[in-house]
Design a protein around this ligand. Structure first.
Ligand SMILES: Nc1ncnc2c1ncn2[C@@H]1O[C@H](COP(=O)(O)OP(=O)(O)OP(=O)(O)O)[C@@H](O)[C@H]1O
Length: 217
């Protein structure tokens, strides 16, 4: 589904990615590990089309998305890619349902359909009792599960997660990781996850190790 070829990226004189090639198949859960500064987030941002590579290509289902113009790219990203970050980035003034709905509304989908799906997703993530709560009225684990629901609202083909449990205690982290595997089982959801959590990295179908701008395996 995703194929990246010979990705290079430098920041000024600092080469961060030095030729990365990888493929991700539908329904796979792939972890990316490596020491701090190895280039994991940089790679994830390029795979997720949030950033451009200096060299190399990113293909989704055979389409070279790095060649898309900005409007086309924004639409593609909104409809096909979900993101989960270490900090949930929920909008503080909006309720859980409203936060989850937002990418659906941006995609131009009907309000009723989006709201119904948002509630279904929140229920699936054990947040049926939190529809009207704002982020500040929810626990860290609940906030992050709301961010997962938001990532799922447009039924993305792939979800990129950057340290998704980095800000959670071990119990909430475990619950979040179980959710990823449940979503894979039930929805055949594909995940690429940058993590320092060894347990999650090992549970993945494949663990990619980054070192000095290269993938070791
Ligand atoms: N926007 C930027 N401008 C300049 N340098 C950057 C930028 N983003 C990242 N870097 C540098 O690129 C290198 C790789 O950063 P990156 O965030 O990809 O590493 P990482 O493996 O995700 O690290 P961590 O595990 O600490 O999050 C680091 O040396 C970092 O300082």
């Amino acid at each position: 589904m995703l194929h990246a070829t010979n990705i290079h990226k430098s920041y000024g004189a600092l080469p961060v990615l030095k030729g990365i090639t990888l493929q991700i198949a539908k329904g796979e859960i792939v972890s990316i590990v490596g020491s701090s500064g190895a280039g994991k987030s940089t790679l994830l941002h390029i795979l997720g089309t949030l950033d451009n590579a200096d060299q190399g290509e990113v293909f989704f289902n055979g389409n070279a998305v790095n060649k898309y113009k900005s409007v086309e790219l924004a639409r593609f990203r909104n409809q096909h890619i979900g993101f989960i970050f270490q900090f949930h980035n929920l909008l503080p003034e909006f309720t859980a349902v409203e936060n989850v709905c937002l990418p659906g509304f941006l995609a131009g989908r009907p309000e009723e359909e989006v709201t119904t799906r948002a509630k279904e997703l929140l229920k699936m993530l054990n947040l049926g009792h939190r529809f009207e709560h704002k982020p500040s009225e929810m626990s860290g684990g609940e906030q992050q599960r709301t961010a997962v629901a938001r990532a799922l609202i447009n039924a993305p083909e792939i979800i990129f997660a950057d340290e998704p449990s980095g800000n959670l205690d071990s119990e909430n982290a475990r619950e979040l990781h179980e959710i990823f595997f449940r979503l894979r089982r039930d929805l055949h959801q594909t995940f690429v996850i940058v993590t320092h959590n060894e347990h999650l990295a090992e549970m993945a179908d494949r663990k990619l190790v980054m070192k000095d701008g290269y993938l070791l395996n």
